[in-house]
Design a protein. Structure first.
Lengths: 315, 319
């Protein structure tokens, strides 16, 4: 009888000890930052906004980028374009594959972030992340094959070679899908940079955290700074100056609703940007080459074959 | 007031009587508070200039540009293209002001003169064995006379940094006086190459030395060394011209050159001018930017203000 209360006292002491130990460590919260020109700046405006999971629980503060951040991102993307578009397709493939390798190593983090962002179970989130990694690999494989599919030698009636080859469009603004925060993002970003374009990405407004973490992966996987620039904040606020920007060559409106898409398409017409309109896409299905070819220009050259031999052809 | 100014000027003529008196004067100038100077320059750089003030600043900055090409590979064609750009910086918008001048090597002065004829744009020529300045005085003077004969409106000379750093101030002084005489009616800009003078004290001394010798402009750099115009060294030179006018009544211009590439930077320099030397210097007769790529950025910003959308390098010339 006398022993019993002593015992309970002991156990309760133990649990408070444990609790104290748990409390001794302060939480280390992550400061999510933009990814522009290979660096991680805060928004020029100094603004942030609260990111929550679907049930309204606070997850983190994300930077609310301004139009000046968008402008800086375009400058960075333009600067990176020469090097990235000039890299061999084979090299670009290697770099993109490296991205997939690095993602694989940080899978746990992305599963957690996707689960939080989209309110999915761990298993469902893991499926999404694995599909996204596989998509990087899939597009990495396309870098040195797309030219054979959409380019080629054209038959002409004369002593000429006539060759068409695809070239990247330039700086592409990508409005990432609002719902699929990671798989959707990868599905619209990877095809843009695979062919040698550089990208300014506006992440999902509600769930921007996986996109910002992707920036950290890109920074450590041989992708030159400025090839991908990631902005977070109000999609409409950032997209408007980008759609009107004279140094942006194309815009993918995947993350815009109907009204916004219309407005942006009008602004984009001013310097004849290529526009991909929003459409319902099942991001879990194999995508096809549509998004690769959407941001390619065809260059055709005529080249004389040289003197033909006496037999009519020296080839 | 004029009597005190002229008596002060008389007092200053005595300081150049001998090497010793010149040295005593220059070393007697107050020492520069490095930390204070840089902090002041940095704090003036934080000022936000927006909307109509920004539009004014951009147009003023364009009108102050000495559009420069100083390459071994300069051709008459390139100089003509530069001249055309100086006259009509933005061919799509004729309301853009002309630049102040084009700045070229002496053998390109004739081509530049032809390209800007009748537009009011001046032709400046570097001379005196630019950029090193390592040649005999006769050679330097011949260089100057050559440029003036070809029609240069302004001469940009470099000082003998070797002599200055060795403490032979009177040699540097005499050389500037000789070049000034050879320049005739052309305005003389004296380049100190601040990046090679090592200390702020030296920049202050060089500024006074140049002004005593009759410089119409004092200019930071050639643009050919690692450190060119910075807000701090330009602020120091602006203080020097302000103090010089207060003492002698003679106004001298300032020209930062090299490394100023963005509109933001240019506006920061204009704030320095306004807050240090005063509004009298906010004119292209008294303040210039030695630059080439700056003009494109100014034009892109100007287009942004006019149209509301960001412009790009496709809409300005490739130099």
């Amino acid at each position: 009888m006398s022993d019993k209360p002593k015992n309970t006292e002991k156990t309760s002491e133990k649990t408070t000890d444990k609790k104290a130990e748990q409390h001794r460590r302060l939480s280390v919260f992550k400061t999510y930052k933009l990814y522009v020109g290979g660096k991680f700046p805060r928004s020029e405006s100094g603004r942030v906004y609260e990111v929550t999971d679907p049930r309204g629980t606070w997850l983190a503060n994300a930077p609310r980028a301004s139009r000046k951040d968008a402008r800086d991102a375009v400058v960075a993307a333009r600067k990176a374009f020469g090097g990235w578009s000039g890299a061999t397709a084979y090299n670009r493939g290697q770099v993109l594959y490296r991205v997939a390798e690095m993602l694989e190593g940080r899978k746990g983090q992305f599963v957690q972030e996707v689960a939080d962002a989209e309110g999915l179970s761990k298993a469902k989130a893991a499926e999404q992340v694995e599909a996204a990694i596989d998509r990087w690999v899939w597009y990495a494989g396309w870098t040195d094959k797309i030219a054979q599919v959409v380019g080629g030698a054209n038959p002409v009636a004369g002593p000429y070679f006539n060759l068409s080859s695809p070239e990247p469009t330039g700086v592409v603004t990508v409005l990432a899908p609002q719902e699929s925060s990671f798989l959707g993002l990868v599905s619209v970003l990877a095809p843009v940079i695979a062919t040698g374009n550089t990208a300014v990405v506006i992440a999902s407004e509600k769930s921007p955290l996986p996109a910002l973490s992707l920036g950290e992966v890109l920074a450590t996987s041989d992708v030159p700074g400025g090839v991908v620039n990631i902005l977070t904040g109000g999609t409409a606020e950032i997209a408007a100056p980008l759609a009107a920007h004279q140094d942006v060559n194309a815009i993918d409106l995947a993350g815009a609703d109907e009204a916004l898409a219309k407005e942006l398409e009008i602004a984009a017409a001013d310097n004849l940007k290529r526009v991909v309109r929003p459409q319902p896409v099942d991001y879990s299905a194999t995508p096809g080459t549509d998004r690769l070819t959407a941001f390619l220009e065809t260059k055709t050259v005529w080249h004389p074959t040289g003197a033909l031999g006496a037999s009519g052809s020296s080839y | 007031m004029p009597t005190t100014a002229s008596s002060a000027a008389h007092a200053l003529t005595d300081v150049t009587a001998s090497d010793g008196s010149l040295r005593r004067f220059l070393h007697g100038l107050p020492g520069v508070d490095t930390v204070g100077l840089e902090a002041r320059a940095a704090s003036l750089g934080t000022r936000s200039v927006k909307t109509t003030a920004k539009a004014y600043a951009i147009d003023l900055a364009i009108s102050m540009v000495d559009l420069t090409t100083l390459e071994g590979a300069d051709t008459p064609g390139k100089v003509r293209a530069l001249g055309a750009k100086a006259v009509h910086p933005d061919p799509t918008d004729r309301t853009a002001p002309t630049t102040a001048a084009v700045c070229v090597y002496p053998d390109m002065v004739a081509a530049a003169k032809e390209a800007v004829a009748g537009s009011g744009v001046l032709v400046a020529s570097v001379a005196t064995a630019f950029p090193a300045g390592r040649a005999a005085l006769d050679v330097k003077l011949a260089d100057v006379k050559d440029a003036v004969a070809a029609g240069a409106d302004e001469i940009d000379m470099v000082i003998d940094r070797g002599a200055f750093l060795a403490g032979k101030y009177l040699k540097v002084y005499d050389e500037i006086v000789a070049v000034k005489e050879a320049s005739g009616a052309a305005r003389l800009k004296v380049i100190f190459e601040t990046g090679e003078l090592s200390t702020y004290d030296n920049i202050r001394r060089a500024s006074w030395l140049g002004m005593l010798a009759g410089a119409d402009f004092i200019k930071t750099s050639t643009g050919k060394v690692a450190v060119n115009a910075t807000p701090a060294n330009t602020l120091l030179m602006l203080e020097a011209v302000r103090d010089f006018r207060a003492q002698t009544g003679v106004q001298v211009g300032v020209k930062p050159a090299g490394g100023i590439r963005t509109t933001k930077d240019a506006v920061k320099f204009l704030v320095l001018v306004k807050e240090t030397a005063g509004e009298d210097w906010l004119d292209n007769h008294w303040f210039r930017f030695g630059a080439s790529s700056l003009l494109n950025d100014l034009l892109m910003q100007r287009q942004k203000l006019a149209t509301g959308r960001y412009s790009g390098p496709d809409y300005v010339t490739v130099d």
